[in-house]
Design a protein around this ligand. Structure first.
Ligand code: GLC
Length: 720
């Protein structure tokens, strides 16, 4: 149905300055508190047209009330409601770092669409997602929220999530606008501390932190949010080169830039602005259209105009973008948009949540094939502070999810093993414990044939402003694990966390199996039961390197070689005295219940021009006795270039399900664009010479198949 076009120019011409600034102001409904101060929703302000959008408010009743107030304003401009629907709305899916482990682009799209469906029903028109910050430092609490360490993977997530949330048309009432966040380099904050400076080079910014935003823009993302941090002293909310130069001019973004929470007013705290008027002027000129919860535009823009720091035409440009978004959302024609009924959206997508959770679990270790557990046998003891927790399964950014609606691990295991006794004891709390608690757990363990030990973080130990300098397994849990291991029973360690966490060597070696389950959402227990019982095989792969020590951070596979690469046999090389330089588990690591062989890597040509490309194929064989999934990565390596290149760079991945003995050819396309990089002068270039193409299941160079080709038609690496 084609909606009548609104005469936006005519509407702007009719607006007073106050009404224009109102459209650029977002207030909070306070149903969730996601920032340092609240400018509570005032119905009078909304009736006066002083707020054009609202965040952190949902449900049919609340949205009907606030939209009715907006339509009482002089020009009857509807507001839009935004919310952090990051990994589900009422049905909660695995945290994004966990879902990234599925390497299943279609799944990423489907869960976003399902989340949009429930959110739209609750009156949400825009989600502050996907979060596309590349993160390589496990100390940073928000590593949970993105797709891990690799810009190519983050780009694929950005594309899939944008399409999933937004659907074909923004006025589709079962979909919502997406807001890619947080541009830029937020994942590179100093020492993993949230909001700290990110002193990255222009090259790292372009090659690592911006590609996912370019991909989301190419997929039509409707909004983008700047990051809290500064990039080498320029706060993103005032960074015109970032928001106008890269985002709008180079990437072609024509949507709305929504500040992060109070991000404009905080330009004063950064020391980039003397007062709110200067902060408002810097942000508007940089290209920030909406001031989320800062009051900077409300209290500073008129003064900035009076001082001549900005023009009313610049204000009109921002207003035009906001009104255009509202029209694209269909809000003028249908202010209640996706709202249906008068009750909050129920949990509607459990089956999908269970599928996503299963695919997100990464089997890190499975000694003597202790997993899957037999359907018949002696008691199973489910021990640990996360064994019976529903709320922790929500993870951070839990939307409208409710802990009591999450299937706990012990509930799921009891359902998966109906013929086995399943005992449960916490043994300790997340950070504290008592001898009595531990004694009870040990009694259960003594009587069991196998122990499923559920340890890790509580949901509040990762997320925004939740960074950990020592991201270890808490001491009390280490004590519990050692006491259980001393009993000599097979132990399956199930880790719930918002990040890779540091595991003591004796525990890694002592347990029989280790599963990284992140925070799996509404169907956590059923998904774990599917995996441990073998009714589903684990297929997750690490989207982020899992270190031995936090001292290794930032750690990632796509590092530059250096002139003295680590060599434990050579003193003068880039290594530590006390810890390996490699991670405990590398990017791409993950086991299944079967085995695979990757072979026969072949290229369609041994030469390619900069404007052309080659086809890459590789065979995968399931060499084990049962069906399983694996993910194969295509990397490139550029051995000589004018700017030294990462030792490996992912340029493709494919997930494949194979029956026992089945062989499948996987096909990729490598193009000149995949080889392009910013030269010494920061101008994009493709260089002639050898390029190696590598394929395999993990970012471990020695394990990968390799084929070489020669690039011609580019520039010489010596031509700089
Ligand atoms: C928070 C987060 C951002 C979120 C916003 C609204 O501070 O940084 O990701 O979308 O505020 O909740």
């Amino acid at each position: 149905m084609k909606l009548p076009r609104i005469d936006i120019a005519g509407l702007i011409a009719a607006m007073t300055l106050r009404e224009k600034i109102g459209q650029l102001t977002m207030v909070t409904g306070e149903w969730a508190v996601t920032g340092p101060k609240t400018m509570p929703v005032s119905m009078d302000a909304i009736r006066a047209g002083d707020a054009g959008s609202i965040l952190n408010l949902w449900s049919p009743q609340a949205l009907r009330e606030v939209q009715a107030a907006a339509l009482e304003s002089r020009l009857r401009i509807p507001l839009f409601a935004g919310y952090d629907v990051v990994h589900g709305h009422r049905t909660i899916f695995p945290i994004p770092l966990g879902e990234a482990a599925s390497f299943d682009c279609d799944l990423w799209r489907r869960t976003a669409a399902a989340a949009a469906d429930e959110a739209a029903e609750d009156g949400i028109s825009l989600t502050f997602a996907p979060m596309l910050d590349v993160a390589r430092d496990l100390r940073w609490g928000r590593i949970l929220e993105g797709a891990g360490e690799d810009p190519f993977v983050a780009s694929e997530v950005g594309r899939a999530k944008t399409v999933g949330y937004q659907g074909e048309r923004l006025d589709d009432p079962r979909h919502v606008a997406a807001c890619a966040k947080h541009i830029g380099a937020y994942g590179a904050v100093l020492a993993g501390r949230d909001y700290a400076t990110a002193d990255v080079s222009p090259r790292e910014l372009e090659e690592v932190h911006l590609p996912a935003f370019e991909a989301a823009v190419a997929a039509g993302v409707a909004a983008v949010m700047p990051s809290f941090n500064d990039i080498a002293g320029i706060p993103s909310h005032a960074n015109r080169q970032l928001l106008d130069g890269y985002l709008r001019r180079r990437f072609g973004f024509d949507g709305v830039v929504i500040s992060d929470y109070n991000g404009i007013a905080e330009l004063v705290v950064h020391g980039a602005a003397a007062d709110l008027a200067e902060a408002a002027a810097l942000a508007l000129r940089a290209g920030v259209d909406i001031d989320m919860m800062g009051g900077a535009y409300r209290d500073g823009l008129e003064e900035a105009l009076r001082r001549g720091l900005i023009s009313e035409a610049e204000i009109d440009t921002a207003v035009r973008r906001v009104l255009t978004l509202k029209e694209r959302l269909g809000l003028f024609a249908n202010p209640l948009r996706g709202l249906i009924g008068d009750k909050p959206a129920p949990v509607r997508h459990r089956a999908l949540s269970r599928e996503a959770a299963r695919k997100s679990v990464v089997l890190l270790k499975n000694a003597q094939a202790v997993l899957p557990l037999a359907g018949q046998g002696g008691p199973i003891a489910v021990i640990g502070p996360l064994a019976d927790s529903g709320s922790d399964m929500l993870g951070a950014w839990a939307g409208a999810g409710r802990g009591e609606e999450c299937v706990t691990f012990v509930t799921g295991l009891r359902a998966a093993f109906p013929s086995r006794a399943v005992a449960q004891a916490r043994g300790c709390e997340i950070l504290s414990g008592s001898a009595d608690d531990q004694a009870l757990a040990l009694t259960a363990a003594r009587q069991a044939e196998v122990v499923v030990l559920c340890l890790g973080e509580e949901r509040g130990m990762s997320g925004e402003a939740s960074c950990r300098a020592e991201p270890d397994l808490p001491e009390v849990q280490i004590g519990l694990a050692r006491a259980v291991l001393a009993l000599g029973k097979p132990v399956v360690l199930v880790i719930s966390s918002g990040r890779p966490i540091i595991l003591p060597k004796d525990i890694v070696e002592g347990v029989s199996a280790i599963l990284a389950t992140w925070f799996l959402g509404s169907e956590a227990g059923n998904a774990l039961g599917d995996i441990l019982s073998g009714s589903a095989a684990p297929g997750g792969r690490l989207p982020v390197s899992w270190p031995y020590s936090a001292g290794q951070a930032p750690i990632y596979y796509a590092r530059r070689r250096s002139g003295r690469p680590a060599d434990t046999n050579q003193h003068y090389t880039s290594k530590y005295l006390d810890v390996p330089v490699e991670p405990l588990y590398p990017f791409g690591h993950g086991l299944s219940y079967t085995t695979f062989r990757i072979e026969n890597l072949r290229l369609s040509a041994s030469e390619m021009t900069a404007s052309d490309g080659v086809d890459v194929a590789v065979d995968v064989v399931n060499t084990g006795g049962r069906a399983g999934d694996t993910t194969v990565f295509m990397f490139i390596q550029d051995p000589v270039a004018s700017v030294t290149r990462p030792v490996l760079a992912a340029k493709g991945f494919a997930k494949v399900s194979l029956a026992a003995g089945e062989r499948r050819a996987l096909r990729f396309r490598l193009t000149g664009a995949d080889l392009r990089f910013p030269g010494i002068d920061m101008q994009p270039r493709i260089e002639n010479g050898r390029i190696d193409v590598l394929a395999g299941e993990r970012a471990v160079e020695s394990e990968l198949l390799r084929a070489s080709l020669t690039v011609t038609g580019g520039v010489s690496s010596m031509q700089t």
